[in-house]
Design a protein around this ligand. Structure first.
Ligand SMILES: Nc1ncnc2c1ncn2[C@@H]1O[C@H](COP(=O)(O)OP(=O)(O)OP(=O)(O)O)[C@@H](O)[C@H]1O
Ligand SMILES: CC(=O)N[C@H]1[C@@H]2OC[C@@H](O2)[C@@H](O)[C@@H]1O[C@H](C)C(=O)O
Length: 360
């Protein structure tokens, strides 16, 4: 999995039949080098003009070859390091890199060549998980809710439970026994990362150090939350750059105040989604890179009280690897013809299978 944060490739093995999770296997991570990340950032820019999901103008062809190669290297290194034989692997789930997500126009573009990956690895690969849902009128995201529900069944917390993923964009799954309800909540880490890069050159506000020292501009947050996205009912989804630093109107702030304000925006937009869920969650489990930011976690606890807020790691899951695990799970569901998207998670007209299978 390579998500909207453009930080690297997460790899994870799980044992599953696409319904139950029998065991979590090892995990690993391949970070992108600065020049690789710059290529992907350019790919996002060049993707803005796309009107077809197969066109590869600008650096998109180069970026696609890179994404395929980076995932192949990541899987090869993982299998070698863990001593996992090829024949022990049923399938590899390959999300690819989202470069454009405009479901309203019937367009979601993930670059990455699944057939080439299958050939190079000598393994069956499931890829292109979002297209069928978008073609049917769904949002094509989020896809992790069915995995979040399987995970939530393994813990004892008061229901409803919310599983919150804070990646570049943040998304939530609401679980209360029946079908999951889900949506993107708003910006996750992307705005914080972009602000840190622009003001200090650093790729992130590590451990929320800057945010912890800053003052939150609540007026700015109130202004951003007037955006119509926040009043839309679930399901709904975002492109990484729907809320971009260039267009959110952040006033001139110190590094600490800017980091604090953008972190609080993420927390406030999560709190804002509560009214859009069938019932307020009693227990929040936070995954994704945002779970590793203690300042953001504190802001979430404050804004979601009296509900409890814990990290995925605290309940025995992996904040870092949960999305990679989710795509392993979705790959097995694709192989078994099981649905991966639902009316209440993406707005699909009915429960739908998705993903394409490539054999070596
Ligand atoms: N120690 C840390 N302190 C603060 N922030 C962190 C830390 N570790 C990771 N992050 C944040 O998490 C981000 C990576 O998150 P994650 O890997 O969940 O994103 P992703 O998978 O790319 O996103 P998405 O869920 O949108 O697909 C980093 O870009 C950074 O902003
Ligand atoms: C189009 C796209 O790639 N969306 C990502 C993004 O990052 C988080 C959020 O926005 C979520 O909707 C989705 O990723 C996860 C893996 C998902 O589909 O569940």
């Amino acid at each position: 999995m390579s998500g909207t944060s453009l930080d690297g490739v997460d790899v994870a093995a799980i044992e599953t039949d696409g319904e139950r999770i029998m065991a979590f296997g090892p995990t690993s991570y391949r970070a992108y080098a600065d020049n690789e990340r710059a290529l992907l950032r350019q790919a996002l820019m060049d993707a803005r003009a796309l009107t077809s999901r197969t066109a590869r103008p600008g650096v998109l062809a180069e970026a696609e070859a890179f994404i395929t190669r980076a995932h192949a290297e990541a899987v090869e290194a993982f299998l070698d390091a863990e001593g996992i034989a090829r024949k022990a692997v049923t399938i590899v789930g390959f999300h690819g890199q989202t470069v454009l997500h405009r479901p309203g126009d019937g367009l979601t573009v993930q670059i990455g060549d699944g057939a080439a990956l299958a050939k190079r690895l000598g393994l069956t690969v499931a890829y292109d998980f979002r297209a069928a849902d978008v073609a049917a009128g769904g949002q094509g995201a989020p896809l992790v809710p069915i995995f979040h529900r399987a995970l939530a069944r393994s813990i004892e917390r008061p229901h409803p439970i919310a599983v919150l993923n804070i990646g570049g964009v943040a998304n939530v799954t609401w679980v209360d026994g029946g079908d999951p309800v889900a949506c993107d909540t708003g910006p996750g880490n992307a705005l914080i990362d972009d602000f840190m890069r622009a003001t200090t050159g650093a790729p992130l506000d590590r451990d929320g150090d800057q945010a912890a020292r800053g003052r939150v501009d609540e007026d700015f947050i109130a202004r951003v939350l007037k955006h119509p996205f926040f009043d839309q009912p679930c399901p709904k989804s975002l492109d990484r750059n729907d809320f971009a630093l260039a267009n959110v109107g952040l006033p001139e702030l110190s590094v600490a105040d800017g980091a604090a304000t953008l972190s609080a925006l993420t927390a406030a937009s999560v709190a804002r989604v509560v009214a859009r869920l069938p019932q307020a969650p009693k227990a929040w489990i936070v995954a994704g890179g945002g779970a590793r930011n203690p300042t953001l976690m504190k802001m979430l606890s404050q804004r979601l009280a009296p509900a409890t807020v814990e990290t995925a790691d605290a309940v025995g899951w992996s904040s870092q690897s949960i999305e990679a695990q989710a795509f392993a799970y979705l790959a097995m569901r694709t192989l078994g013809g099981l649905p991966i998207t639902f009316p209440q998670t993406t707005g699909a007209p009915q429960a739908m299978s998705g993903g394409v299978i490539a054999t070596p």
